[in-house]
Design a protein around this ligand. Structure first.
Ligand code: 13P
Length: 256
C-alpha cells in the first residue's frame, strides 16, 4: 500500500519571514488527513526556521503534520566548495527530504546524471530521503523518445545504488515542457510514464521495491487537476511548484 506523498518545491520564492508566515497560516487552516505525507521544500535560507516553526505548530496543533525538505545539496561532506551545502549540514537541521536533479538544476546549473548519482548516494548515506526528478523536453517527446530518455536518466542516476538503499527514494516524473507553463501532461500520459518508471525499477531491483516506490508527477499541478492525476494507478503523489507557495492552493491540492 503506497501512501500518497505531496511535496511543495518553493524554488527561489518566499523569504524567511514569508516562510514562517506560510507555515503558521497552513497550520491554522490545516484539515487533518491521516492517509497522506506532505513536505515543503523552502530555499536554504528558510530551512532552519521552517523546521522550528513546523515543530512548534505540530506541538500546538495535533492534526498538523508536514515534513521539511531541501531543494538541492552537494555530495561532498565539507571543504572548499564555495556556495554549496553538504548533506551533513542538512541532516543537522532536521531535514528529511532533498530534491535531487530538478530539471532547472540540470538546465541552468550544469547538473549531470553523474552529479545527480553522487548526490543521491550522499543523501542516502546521511539518511536524507531523495526525491529524484527526471523527465524529458518537448523536443524529445515530439520525437517519440520520452520513455527511453527518461528511463535512461533513471538507470544513470541510480547507478550502483543497492536494493537496501533505494527503498527510501521517491521519484518525481516532471516533463520539462509542463513545468511552469500551465500545461500539465494528461493524466494518461503522466501515468504511462510513471508505469514505465515502475517497470524499470522492477528490472533494476525487484517487484517489491517497484511496488512500494512512490512516484510523483510534477508540472503545472493545481487544485483543478490534482484529483484526476491522483486517480491514476501509478501516480502516487505530486511535486508542486507554483501552486505550493500559495497556502490555499497547496491545501486544496493536499485535500484533493
Ligand atoms: P510548476 O508546478 O510550477 O509547474 O513546477 C513544477 C516543478 O518544477 C516542481 O518541482
Amino acid at each position: 500500500m503506497r501512501i500518497p506523498f505531496i511535496a511543495g518545491n518553493w524554488k527561489m520564492n518566499l523569504n524567511n519571514n514569508e516562510a514562517i508566515k506560510f507555515i503558521q497560516d497552513m497550520s491554522f487552516k490545516f484539515e487533518n488527513r491521516n492517509n497522506i505525507k506532505i513536505a515543503i521544500c523552502p530555499p536554504f535560507t528558510s530551512l532552519r526556521s521552517a523546521v522550528i516553526v513546523v515543530e512548534d505548530e505540530i506541538a500546538k496543533n495535533e492534526g498538523f503534520k508536514i515534513m521539511v525538505g531541501a531543494q538541492n545539496m552537494y555530495f561532498e561532506e565539507s571543504g572548499a566548495y564555495t556556495g554549496e551545502v553538504s548533506p551533513g549540514m542538512l541532516k543537522s537541521l532536521g531535514i528529511e527530504y532533498v530534491i535531487i536533479g530538478h530539471s532547472e538544476r540540470r538546465e541552468l546549473f550544469g547538473e549531470t546524471d553523474e552529479s545527480v548519482n553522487n548526490k543521491i548516494k550522499a543523501a542516502l548515506k546521511h539518511e536524507i530521503k531523495p526525491i529524484l526528478c527526471v523527465g524529458e523536453t518537448l523536443k524529445i517527446r515530439e520525437e517519440g523518445n520520452a520513455v527511453s530518455y527518461t528511463l535512461n536518466q533513471i538507470r544513470k542516476d541510480l547507478k550502483d545504488i543497492s536494493k537496501s538503499e533505494v527503498s527510501s527514494l521517491t521519484i518525481a516524473y516532471e516533463p520539462i515542457w509542463a513545468i511552469g507553463t500551465g500545461k500539465n501532461a494528461t493524466p494518461q500520459d503522466a501515468n504511462e510514464m510513471c508505469k514505465a518508471i515502475r517497470g524499470e525499477i522492477r528490472k533494476i531491483y525487484d517487484n517489491g521495491i517497484s511496488e512500494n516506490l512512490i512516484i510523483q508527477y510534477g508540472g503545472s499541478v493545481k487544485p483543478s487537476n490534482i484529483k484526476e492525476l491522483m486517480a491514476m494507478p501509478d501516480i502516487d503523489g505530486a511535486l508542486v511548484g507554483g501552486a505550493s507557495i500559495k497556502v490555499d492552493d497547496f491545501l486544496a491540492i493536499i485535500n484533493y
